[in-house]
Design a protein around this ligand. Structure first.
Ligand SMILES: Nc1ncnc2c1ncn2[C@@H]1O[C@H](COP(=O)(O)OP(=O)(O)O)[C@@H](O)[C@H]1O
Ligand SMILES: [Mg+2]
Length: 250
């Protein structure tokens, strides 16, 4: 008979830190939106003025607006990475979840000139997962793929599902530049980014979401040909959190 125990100190510590970080992020976000609002008002003040001083001021305002956006992105990504919360898993149609994610992402692909296609494996049974988190992991992979292809002509993004025994596999395949050998380990590091405005939190977040489900996230890549990120999830979903399970050996 499983006995209920309070969460282990480490799980509680993480939850606590996540909550503190979340509070901090919200405290920073409010003044940032005040900054953004006032920058927009200043922008309106200068609009229609053709003078050299007004043009210079407008350029500076745009720079500040870009920096504010970047800070907001960092806060969002950080909150997702550090915002530790318990999984909210339910049995869902993974193909439907992916269909919704790719549909949501389609305008982004259109803008970047990327051909997007989804090939679902229709044999896939229901999978127990936290839909919001899995969508978030997929979004991170899709976004990385589009950014890697960088508007090149003939850019293609394939998403497909496959039933593999008691697991579901999702591949996100691009025909971008691939990941050079010397970066293949580092891409999983928190804050590692090869992009000018990257946060380096997309892959570590996606991997953690996979692992919290008892699954894995990996990739195969070939320089000059493209990259295949694959998310593998157990059909039966995440194991019961150790803190909630019977104490081992007791
Ligand atoms: N599909 C991909 N093709 C090539 N490189 C990729 C791909 N996905 C991720 N990467 C590499 O992994 C790095 C880390 O990705 P990520 O953690 O999402 O951070 P960010 O996107 O902010 O740089 C990227 O900067 C890029 O160098
Ligand atoms: Mg990313």
């Amino acid at each position: 008979m499983a006995s209920l125990r309070p969460p282990s100190p480490s799980a509680r510590g993480l939850e606590f830190l996540g909550a503190v970080a979340g509070g901090l992020v919200h405290e920073i976000r409010n003044p940032l939106s005040t900054l953004r609002l006032n920058l927009q008002l200043m922008e309106e003040d200068f609009e229609g003025d053709d003078g050299a001083r007004a043009r210079r001021a407008l350029e500076r305002i745009h720079t500040l607006e870009r920096e504010v956006s970047r800070l907001e992105d960092i806060l969002d990504d950080f909150l997702r990475y550090a915002g530790f919360r318990r999984l909210d898993a339910a049995e869902v149609d993974l193909n439907r979840v992916i269909e919704e994610t790719t549909t949501f992402f389609a305008p982004e692909c259109a803008r970047a000139g990327v051909d997007l296609a989804f090939y679902p494996d229709l044999r896939l049974p229901l999978v127990r997962l936290d839909e919001r988190l899995v969508k978030q992991a997929l979004m991170n992979l899709l976004l990385n793929a589009v950014q890697a292809m960088d508007g090149r002509a003939g850019s293609q993004l394939f998403v497909r599902t496959r039933l593999e025994g008691d697991r579901a596999r999702v591949d996100v395949i691009d025909n971008g530049p691939g990941i050079p050998a010397e970066l293949r380990e580092r891409v999983w590091d928190v804050y590692f980014s090869s992009k000018k405005a990257g946060t380096g939190l997309g892959l570590p977040t996606a991997r953690r979401i996979a692992e919290e489900h008892g699954g894995t996230l990996g990739f195969e890549t070939e320089v000059g040909k493209g990259t295949d990120f694959f998310l593998v999830l157990p059909l039966r979903g995440p194991a019961v959190a150790p803190a909630d399970a019977a104490p081992a050996g007791a």
